[in-house]
Design a protein around this ligand. Structure first.
Ligand code: ADP
Length: 508
């Protein structure tokens, strides 16, 4: 894809960033680094386009977005090809990205009109007043997104902002911009106006320029960059949401089905080569089943087929995308082994398959002094720790700066639910992992250093609007006055206060 040629922001001598295929190392495109002035010009176009987009109404916007999602599904093979070309992931991983986006559009197509409908609330003086809430878009929303899921992580956040009537400036990661460029071009093809959603290309400095011109920022990426963005948003007094790093625990209780727990750990820890904010990164196993679980985990991990092939179900893991993360993985594994961890399987690069392939890796005898149990691991590594009981597992699960997702494997669903609510995280799974991504009805996001705000569900739409409350008075029995209260109104207000204690359902 000759992105450089297609771009209308390119000027002679403009700096460009090459885009590489991580499997072959070949350059497959390049993007211009947009300057602060170019970002400002894009914001002006977005601001000019916003009122018409808002005036179109949520149902018309929903129709256009559904048309886009249908076009995406009709072009599924091409979408998968583009995602894989810049991430190196396996076919199943790319397929999931597209399908989750389509189901997110489906969800909001059905739900958004209801969620955004003006609401009636209880007024102070019933019969005389009406109280209403309107939901109005922020204006321009800026999206700064990462490279691990170039379609899912970019667009799942952005879709509800469009439903809500905002225009969008989207800066994809400089590592994987081609998927976003493709998806947005497809939006324009189905009739979403060009200035309603624009791609901003570049790296960190362009991202910083974007934060300075929009009315809301949604960021997905590292905690360090997220913190910088939040500080700038605070200075500008604009809202933001941040989906940041994670160090997700998975707890195996002694009553769990160990085969399902072990294979579930494989999915949680190794899907997308472990490059997922909500991947399983720490496993705590109750002592009586620890040895058995580790044997089973080793067995399932060793069944994995890693490679570059096109098989949907038989290539379980593809390449890593980013050399920087691979170096971090190697450092964490080496430090853990040096401090006494046991390498059960994996632990090596596989240059015979491609430059960024790394074997699925299991470590045991780990502890919280090791980086692999404290720092985010963006790679296929599963460290396993023995615990005395469920209480110790929960205590260790909460001993982290992060709190994004997590899982508990147990036969006792009720107990699992009760334990899950003791984990400090944005979501928890019982007897499964990762499904939160595929359920657009459930809010997803982090606590602690894992972020602010939620994507998906009503929460994920309402963050892209600001409420405006209306008090409408029909002036029943009003007379001209110089103070808000007169003796009669005061008596009515006091009476209503007492009645509201007695009849809350009717009057509050
Ligand atoms: P990664 O480099 O692993 O993708 P980052 O958190 O550094 O993780 O980057 C995520 C996104 O944030 C990318 O699109 C990147 O260009 C952008 N970015 C990096 N630094 C800044 C910054 N200071 N302000 C705004 N965006 C930034």
């Amino acid at each position: 894809m000759a992105v450089m040629e297609k771009s209308d922001v390119k000027s002679a001598g403009q700096e460009a960033i090459p885009v590489k295929n991580p499997v072959t190392g070949a350059t497959i495109g390049s993007i211009p680094v947009m300057t602060r002035d170019e970002v400002q010009a894009a914001a002006q176009r977005a601001r000019a386009a916003q009122p018409a987009w808002e005036a179109l109404g949520v149902k018309e916007r929903a129709k256009l977005l559904l048309k886009w999602s249908d076009a995406l599904i009709a072009d599924l093979e091409n979408a998968i090809r583009i995602i894989r070309s810049e991430t190196g992931k396996n076919r199943m991983g790319a397929w999931e990205e597209v399908i989750v986006i389509a189901s997110t559009v489906n969800y909001y197509h059905y739900r958004a009109p209801g969620i955004l409908r003006p609401q009636s609330r209880r007024p102070l003086v019933i019969g005389k007043q009406k109280a209403k809430v309107y939901y109005k878009p922020h204006g321009i929303c800026g999206f700064i997104t990462p490279w691990n899921y170039p379609m899912l992580n970019a667009l799942q956040d952005l879709i509800p902002a469009l439903f809500a009537g905002n225009t969008v400036l989207h800066k994809p990661s400089e590592v994987t911009p081609l998927t976003s460029i493709y998806a947005v071009e497809l939006m324009h093809k189905v009739g979403i106006p060009k200035d309603v959603i624009q791609i901003i290309t570049g790296a960190g400095t362009t991202g910083a320029a974007l934060v300075d011109v929009v009315d809301y920022v949604a960021f997905t990426g590292s905690t360090a960059t997220g913190r910088k963005i939040a500080m700038r948003c605070a200075e500008r007094l604009i809202p933001c949401s941040l989906e940041l790093g994670g160090k997700d625990p998975l707890i195996v209780l002694k009553d769990a089905n160990l085969d399902l727990a072990a294979s579930g750990t494989v999915v949680g820890g190794l899907d997308n080569a472990g490059q997922i904010c909500i991947s399983t990164e720490r496993v705590y196993v109750e002592d009586p089943v620890y040895d058995q679980y580790v044997e089973k985990l080793k067995y399932y991990v060793q069944q994995m087929n890693i490679g570059t092939g096109d098989g949907m179900f038989d290539v379980h893991m593809g390449s890593m995308t980013n050399e920087r993360e691979l170096l971090k993985v190697e450092d964490q594994v080496a430090e853990a082994v040096q401090k006494g961890a046991k390498l059960v399987t994996g632990g090596k690069r596989r240059p015979d398959i491609g430059p960024l392939f790394y074997e699925p890796t299991v470590l045991t005898d780990v502890n919280h002094d090791m980086k692999v149990m404290r720092e985010e691991t963006f790679g296929p590594v599963i460290p396993v720790m023995r615990v005395k009981d469920a209480d110790e597992a929960i205590r260790l699960a909460n001993d982290s700066e992060y709190g994004l997702s997590g899982a508990i494997y147990t036969h006792d669903l009720k107990r699992g639910e009760a334990l899950a609510t003791r984990v400090q995280s944005g979501d928890m799974h019982i007897n499964c992992t990762q499904w939160i991504f595929g359920m657009p009805s459930l809010p997803m996001g982090g606590v602690k250093n894992s972020g602010l705000g939620r994507r998906n569900g009503p929460e994920g739409l309402l963050r892209f609007v600001k409420s405006q409350s209306l008090v409408i008075d029909n002036q029943l029995m009003d007379k001209p006055k110089l103070t808000q209260l007169d003796p009669f109104t005061m008596r009515v207000a006091l009476l209503l206060m007492k009645l509201r204690r007695l009849l809350p359902r009717l009057l509050v």
